[in-house]
Design a protein. Sequence first.
Length: 208
Amino acid sequence: MDCSRRQALRIGLAAFAGGLAARANAASGNPELLTGLLKAHEQKLDEDARYTQCALKAAEEGYAQVAALFRASVASAKVHSRSLASLIKEQGGTPKADGAKPTAASTKDNLAVAAKDASYEAETMYPNLIKEAQAENNGIAVRALSYAKAAVTEHVKLYNSALDHLEEWKVAGKTFYVCPVCGIATMGMSTEVCPICHTPKGMFTKIV
Ligand SMILES: [Fe+2]
């Protein structure tokens, strides 16, 4: 990433964080929203730690492309956990510092669990949080949570694709891209901007 893009990214993220900080002054402290955010944040911290182990296991078992997918999943989990931590602080809460210390199962099982977790987040966790944020007219939270919901919806497809074509995913060759704003991980990138939040492709993190 060149200097001008780095600067633009810093400005974009600072503006996003500034919006969250501005909301902090007006936060109503919805207990149900805060409880949900804390739980979601903990899940993302656990995913960060678990997917790191899953990537190592996939590499050990010879699934190079799956290993790259899990490394991209780690990057995505970090984006989502940072966003959730900001929302928790806005609600007057304190996000946890560390996740669990998991061990990885087989790559096939790890992918199945990842698909199940991402489905739960897309269909239940984020929709419930969005509802709570809408109830308090918290537009910043609604946007951040909607971004995350759209991202994990795409991740379900990636995990299932890997499961359906596991032997083919032994061979590396595709580059994954992770958006620093909404956290979507894509295999390859055919558009110049993020399909969810329109962040320019040049600002994405590349993972091979
Ligand atoms: Fe994005």
